[in-house]
Design a protein around this ligand. Structure first.
Ligand code: NAP
Length: 259
């Protein structure tokens, strides 16, 4: 069995986007516990500051930096703080609506592309020099099973997550030979507090229906555990793509519900 790798001094910093809730917050906690100095970023300052306090109180190391990943000038300014970093987890993202192609709002499609794809592009471009300078960098892209297959009512999100998948796959081709791994984590159904609520514009009933009768949807911790596992493999091991779903979900459209 391969033991988890301990980060070297140059690669000890891990930047996590969307660390104010769900998968990002859980990932920050797990990477901190694995020995990384985590930099928590998201738009909600109070949430990331509270999480940084919690992580520091547990004897690990975290700082919070308020950042909108779609704001390129702000991302570039953020990146000037780092000469080297070990890990960038591109987790910020999400879905808006479940309208069919015939009636979906172009503005929702644009926002999903901006956050899930351009946000990931902004962060990756800005931090790639620091990841390379560490001599042992890792870029993680949290895509989705929506990045690999479509479903009715999902086209805007599916298109955006296909974009995130293609970004990861192409970057891996382009930087081969440099000391940076590119890992894509593609989760299926994960029950987090805000993902479905945001998708349905705050409608709690519609959000709850997504998980109705599903015995055990994945949790944020399940996904964070997978991210931390992939990141802590020895440097020469690149987990290209890891797809994870709950046992009750066989595909994006085939879900077992006990109703
Ligand atoms: N839940 C699922 O079923 C599922 C499945 C597959 C993939 N995913 C993907 O996993 C990631 C995390 O999802 P989650 O379930 O943890 O959802 P979540 O709790 O809604 O988390 C989304 C995070 O993204 C941040 N964010 C959104 N827009 C941003 C922006 N413009 N700039 C910076 N941060 C931004 C949010 O923070 P602020 O609002 O504070 O900025 C929040 O921390 C997303 O990329 C999502 O698409 C989720």
């Amino acid at each position: 069995m391969t033991a988890p790798a301990t980060p070297s001094a140059a690669s000890r910093i891990a930047v996590v986007t969307g660390a104010s809730s769900g998968i990002g917050a859980a990932t920050a906690r797990q990477l901190a516990a694995a020995g990384y100095r985590v930099v928590l970023t998201a738009r909600r300052k109070d949430r990331i500051e509270a999480l940084a306090e919690e992580i520091n109180a547990a004897g690990h190391s975290a700082t919070a930096y308020t950042l909108d990943v779609t704001d390129r000038a702000a991302v570039d300014e953020f990146a000037t703080a780092f000469r080297t970093i070990g890990v960038l987890v591109n987790n910020a993202g999400g879905a808006l609506g479940t309208d069919p192609v015939a009636t979906g709002a172009p503005e929702d499609w644009r926002r999903m592309y901006e956050t899930n794809v351009i946000g990931t592009l902004n962060m990756t471009q800005a931090l790639l020099p620091a990841l390379t300078a560490s001599g042992d960098g890792t870029v993680v892209v949290v895509s989705s099973t929506a990045g690999h297959a479509t479903y009715e009512g999902g086209a805007g999100y599916v298109a955006a997550k296909h974009g995130a998948h293609v970004l990861a796959e192409t970057l891996r081709l382009e930087i081969v030979g440099q000391p940076v791994r590119v890992i894509e984590i593609a989760p299926g159904m994960v029950k987090t507090d805000e993902f479905s609520l945001n998708r349905f514009g705050g409608d709690e009933e519609k959000a709850a229906k997504v998980y109705e009768g599903v015995a055990e949807p994945l949790t944020a911790d399940d996904v964070a555990d997978t991210i931390a596992w992939a990141v802590t493999r020895p440097s020469h091991v690149n987990v290209d793509l890891l797809v994870l779903r709950p046992r009750a979900q066989a595909s994006n459209t085939k879900v077992h519900r006990e109703l």
